[in-house]
Design a binder for this molecule. Structure first.
Ligand code: NAI
Length: 331
C-alpha cells in the first residue's frame, strides 16, 4: 500500500520512520514530501492508494475531486480535528477518511494552562527583561488563579483534562457542554451565558462546527467578566478575531492566550521570519501586551507524536486489510 505523506517535517519523519521499521507495517510504503496538500499539490498523489494530511491543509471539494481522479482511496488525517476536510465530497467518491481521535489530550490541556500562566504572569517578558539586566517588575503583575472560577467550554477529552488541571490549581470549575462528562464530579455544568458571566478564566475546547463558529463575538464578549482570561487551543474559527480585538481594546481581558487563530493556515508550522506577512491578524494580536500567541503547537509532545504515528499507521493497516479500525469518519 502506497501512502503519500504531505507537509512532512523532520519531527514527523522521525516518529513515522521509527514505526515503519516495525515488521507489522512492512507492507506500508510511505513517501514523505514537504508541500502541504492543497488543490495545487493534490495531483502529486497520482499512483498512491492513500494520502496523509494535517490540520492546516486544504481538503476541500477541489482537492478531494483531484485525489479521486488520482486513484486515492484513503485520506489519513494525522490529527483529531477534521473541519478542513469536505467529508461529503469524500463520501461521494467512496474515499475513506480516518483520523486520530485522541493522542494525549493532556498535552493540549497542559499547553492551554501554559498559555494561561505565561499570559497571566508575563514569564515570556520576564525572560527577555532579565537577560537585558532589567530586574524591574513593572508590567509583570498577574492574578492568582487559586479560588477563582475556570469555565471550560466543551468537556470532551481535552476539556476534561483542562478541567482536572484547573481543579488541581484550586479553582472552582464550571463547564458548558451539551453532553456533560460524568467522570468530572467536581465540575458544575451551566449554560453558556452563565459560564461567560461567572468565569475568571475561559478555556475553549469544543470542535469548530457550524454551530460553534464565532461563538466568541462582541455579544458574548460583553457577557464576560471584566478582567477575564481567555484561552483558545481548539480552532481559530471559534473566535471572531475583529470582535476579540475590539474587546481587547476595550480592556475586557486581563490576558488572552491563543494557540489557534483565524487565518493561521499558510502560516503555521513555517518559518516566515524573513517574509512580509500578507495579512494583519497576527500582527494586530501581537501588538497587544496582554496577548500570547503560539503556532498551533498544543499537540506537540513526544507522547502525542508517538501516538499520532502509531494510530495513523494502524488506520492505514485496517483499511488495507478491509477492516474497520474505529477511527473512520466516512463509511
Ligand atoms: P472531543 O470530541 O473529545 O470533545 C469535544 C467536546 O465538545 C464534546 O464533549 C462535545 O459534546 C463538545 N461540544 C461540541 N460542540 C459544542 C458546543 N457548540 N459548545 C460546547 N461544547 C460542544 O474533542 P477533543 O479531543 O477534546 O478536542 C477538542 C478540540 O481540540 C478538537 O475539535 C480540535 O479542534 C482541538 N485540538 C487542538 C489541538 C492543538 O494542537 N491545539 C490538538 C488536538 C485537538
Amino acid at each position: 500500500m502506497k501512502i503519500l505523506f504531505f507537509g512532512a517535517k523532520s519531527y514527523d519523519e522521525k516518529y513515522f520512520k521509527a514505526d515503519l521499521e516495525k515488521e507489522r507495517y512492512k507492507e506500508l510504503e510511505v513517501n514523505f514530501i514537504e508541500p502541504d496538500l492543497t488543490p495545487n499539490t493534490a495531483m502529486l498523489a497520482h499512483g498512491y492508494d492513500a494520502v496523509c494530511a494535517f490540520v492546516n491543509m486544504d481538503l476541500g471539494k477541489k482537492t478531494i475531486e483531484i485525489l479521486n481522479r488520482c486513484g486515492v482511496r484513503l485520506i489519513l488525517m494525522r490529527c483529531a480535528g477534521y473541519n478542513n476536510v469536505d467529508l461529503e465530497e469524500a463520501k461521494k467518491y467512496g474515499i475513506q477518511v480516518a483520523h486520530v481521535p485522541s493522542y494525549s489530550p493532556e498535552s493540549v490541556a497542559e499547553h492551554a494552562m501554559a498559555l494561561v500562566l505565561t499570559a497571566n504572569r508575563h514569564t515570556h517578558k520576564a525572560y527577555i527583561k532579565v537577560r537585558e539586566n532589567n530586574y524591574s517588575l513593572v508590567g509583570l503583575m498577574g492574578v492568582s488563579l487559586y479560588g477563582r472560577t475556570a469555565g471550560i467550554v466543551g468537556t470532551g477529552r481535552i476539556g476534561a483534562a483542562m478541567a482536572r488541571i484547573c481543579h488541581g490549581f484550586g479553582m472552582n470549575v464550571i463547564a458548558y457542554d451539551m453532553y456533560p462528562n460524568k467522570s468530572l464530579d467536581f465540575v458544575k455544568y451551566v449554560d453558556l451565558d452563565t459560564l461567560l458571566a461567572q468565569s475568571d478564566l475561559i478555556s475553549l475546547h469544543c470542535p469548530l462546527t457550524e454551530e460553534s463558529y464565532h461563538m466568541i463575538n462582541i455579544e458574548t464578549i460583553n457577557k464576560m467578566k471584566d478582567g477575564v482570561i481567555l484561552v483558545n487551543t481548539s480552532r481559530g474559527g471559534l473566535i471572531k478575531t475583529n470582535d476579540l480585538v475590539q474587546g481587547i481594546r476595550e480592556n475586557k481581558f486581563f490576558a488572552v492566550g491563543l494557540d489557534v487563530y483565524e487565518e493561521e493556515n499558510g502560516q503555521v508550522y513555517e518559518d516566515k521570519s524573513d517574509e512580509i506577512l500578507q495579512h494583519s491578524t497576527v500582527a494586530r494580536l501581537l501588538s497587544f501586551p496582554n496577548v500570547m500567541v503560539t503556532s498551533h503547537q498544543g499537540f506537540f509532545t513526544e507522547e502525542a507524536m508517538q501516538a499520532i504515528s502509531e494510530t495513523t499507521l494502524e488506520n492505514a493497516l485496517a483499511f488495507k486489510n478491509g477492516e474497520r479500525g474505529g477511527n473512520e469518519l466516512t463509511d
